[in-house]
Ligand binder design. Structure first.
Ligand code: SF4
Ligand code: SF4
Length: 93
């Protein structure tokens, strides 16, 4: 008998136990959600991305709370990033 392991989102995974790992990824800006200009950079291929500071995290991350400082205007990719999803788990590892 083969038991299929279904990869369901892990309920114990929450952003409060994570140092905003996903906010170190490159975030492409694929639609205009109102991200303030000072947080926008251009990558080597000419695409607009969220700027990252020398510590590797997104420039819009509030370092004191490790929360997004532009939550209402955050990019689409950030809105769609699933907590507990495959990419989240990979970043947490
Ligand atoms: S979505 Fe995942 S990787 Fe991002 S802060 Fe939350 S738990 Fe961490
Ligand atoms: S815009 Fe906000 S949610 Fe998106 S990577 Fe930056 S700090 Fe994280």
């Amino acid at each position: 008998m083969t038991i299929e392991v279904v990869n369901l989102p892990n309920e114990e995974i929450t952003c409060s136990t994570c140092q905003a790992n996903c906010c170190r990824l490159e975030v492409l800006l694929i639609s205009d959600t109102g991200v303030p200009e000072e947080f926008i950079a251009e990558d080597q291929w000419g695409s607009m991305t969220m700027a990252r500071l020398d510590d590797g995290w997104c420039a819009a991350l509030d370092r004191s709370t490790m929360l997004c400082s532009i939550y209402e205007k955050r990019p689409l990719i950030c809105r769609e990033f699933e907590m507990g999803g495959y990419e989240c788990l990979e970043e947490r590892d």
